[in-house]
Design a protein around this ligand. Structure first.
Ligand SMILES: Nc1nc2c(ncn2[C@@H]2O[C@H](COP(=O)(O)OP(=O)(O)OP(=O)(O)O)[C@@H](O)[C@H]2O)c(=O)[nH]1
Ligand SMILES: C=C(OP(=O)(O)O)C(=O)O
Length: 234
């Protein structure tokens, strides 16, 4: 693992990304594997770029087992934590894999930065703006744990846990907003459409596009013969 930066202030943002072969499976009917991989990498690039330029962010960590994802994350200034695939004794469900990866990474970061805010952030936020991320962090101040739900109100786009001893305790997968609220997370109620617009299907991508895509995702959609043409969205 790369050594953590030494700063003790600001938020540490954790972004999990699974291997490209299985990522964005809900888009498999609409996009080829190559286009899906391109979209995952482009959305990650925009998510890392926007979150890492937020004023209150100390470091962005990408947790992934995939070397191509890792290279793209590093190119945009994130630090990579490897999430090795386990041959045996692996996660019970897909969501367990995600939550286990986040929990392990958060534990490692907490050792060096016990007083820092931790944020588990979705990797597919191509319309995210640094200013709205800062506004959400400011709104979270004072709450031990809080969440920003997705635009449907059921999923979680950001789980924010204050510095101190409290564990990240991620409960992503399914209706995670309810699960996080059940653990005491405050639902943050702000006008942050880019932060709430994670992309799981074509409608989500259209919604993100109407908000304004980051440069990497915009380029992926407008490239001739690319994702935009495949989805008739160019
Ligand atoms: N590091 C890591 N990230 C994961 C794992 N499982 C899921 N993720 C990531 O967590 C986020 C939410 O996961 P999902 O919604 O299950 O996967 P997705 O690729 O976004 O979409 P679908 O395949 O359509 O479900 C995505 O950024 C995933 O890449 C895992 O086991 N390890
Ligand atoms: C993983 C989640 O959301 P999605 O499947 O929409 O990415 C979640 O909120 O738990």
């Amino acid at each position: 693992m790369t050594r953590a930066p030494a700063t003790a202030v600001g938020a540490h943002v954790l972004i999990p990304v699974k291997d490209l072969l299985s990522a964005k499976s809900r888009l498999a009917a609409a996009l080829t594997p190559a286009h899906r991989s391109e979209l995952v990498l482009a959305m990650l690039a925009d998510t890392v770029a926007a979150s890492s330029t937020a004023a209150d962010v100390a470091a962005v960590w990408v947790i992934t087992p995939d070397p191509t994802v890792a290279a793209e994350a590093r190119r945009h200034g994130a630090t990579v934590i490897a999430d090795p695939r386990r041959a045996r004794g692996g996660p019970r469900t897909a969501a367990d894999g995600l939550n286990d990866a986040l929990t392990a990474a958060a534990g490692r970061i907490r050792v060096r930065h016990p007083h820092s805010i931790l944020v588990a952030l979705q990797a597919d936020l191509p319309a995210l703006r640094a200013a709205e991320f800062d506004a959400a962090l400011a709104a979270a101040a004072g709450a031990p744990r809080s969440i920003v739900t997705d635009r449907h109100g059921t999923g979680t786009c950001a789980l924010i846990v204050a510095g101190g001893q409290d564990e990240l305790a991620p409960r992503f997968g399914g209706r995670s907003a309810e699960a996080h609220a059940g653990l005491g997370a405050v639902l943050l109620d702000g006008p942050w459409p880019g932060l709430r617009c994670d992309v799981d299907n074509v409608d989500d991508l259209a919604a993100a596009r109407s908000l304004g895509l980051g440069p990497a995702t915009a380029a992926a959609l407008t490239r001739p013969g690319g994702i935009g043409d495949a989805l008739r969205m160019r």
